[in-house]
Ligand binder design. Structure first.
Ligand SMILES: [Zn+2]
Length: 191
């Protein structure tokens, strides 16, 4: 049984970790830039290695994509200071910026809201409660304005649709036609 397989791609050697399990099908995954092959216990080494070789294109593309995501992360890490490093004046400025942008888009979209709170959140960019209280991640302030605005529009759209239905996305699209692209960029940013 293999525990790893060295795949040669354009003179680069990629180490593929081989994990055996009770599953029935052969599978591949890429996580954080590491390639893992999941192989059923009864499959021969020869079959396992040819499976990996047959999927070299998929592995190459997947690794390229991961590299792009990692680069995006580096950029955003650089731009987002830790909340401890922010002065009271900067915090004030962040709060005011959100307050103004929310007020502006709420008016444009014709919706109301209750309170705007800026938080240091680990898992989300924003949220909207049923009472209309809006929360935003302070990190948005340090990303491109378009990304911050997308999240504001997204949360305000929840004042009309408290779900992610087709109607919800149509509404988001009315005020942010390229929301799909912005969403993708936001997903590449590490919290
Ligand atoms: Zn949402």
């Amino acid at each position: 049984m293999l525990d790893k397989y060295n795949l040669y791609l354009n003179e680069k050697c990629i180490e593929v970790e081989v994990v055996y399990s009770k599953r029935k099908t052969l599978g591949l995954e890429i996580k954080e830039g590491r390639v893992k092959a999941r192989i059923p216990e009864r499959v021969s080494d020869k079959r396992a290695s040819s499976f990996i070789e047959e999927h070299s294109d998929w592995i190459e593309k997947g690794l390229e994509k991961w590299e792009r995501v990692a680069k995006e992360r580096e950029k955003s890490d650089f731009r987002i200071p830790s909340p401890d490093c922010l002065s009271p004046g900067e915090i004030e400025n962040i709060k005011n910026t959100f307050a103004r942008r929310v007020e502006y888009f709420a008016e444009v979209m014709g919706v109301t809201y209750a309170r705007v709170t800026i938080r240091n959140q680990k898992t989300r960019w924003g949220s909207c409660s049923s009472k209309g209280n809006l929360n935003f991640n302070y990190k948005l302030f340090f990303l491109e304005t378009e990304l911050m605005e997308y999240v504001i529009i997204h949360e305000l759209a929840h004042r009309v649709h408290m779900n992610h239905s087709k109607e919800f996305w149509n509404l988001v699209g009315t005020y942010c036609p390229d929301y799909k692209e912005r969403r993708k960029r936001l997903k590449a940013v590490k919290f």
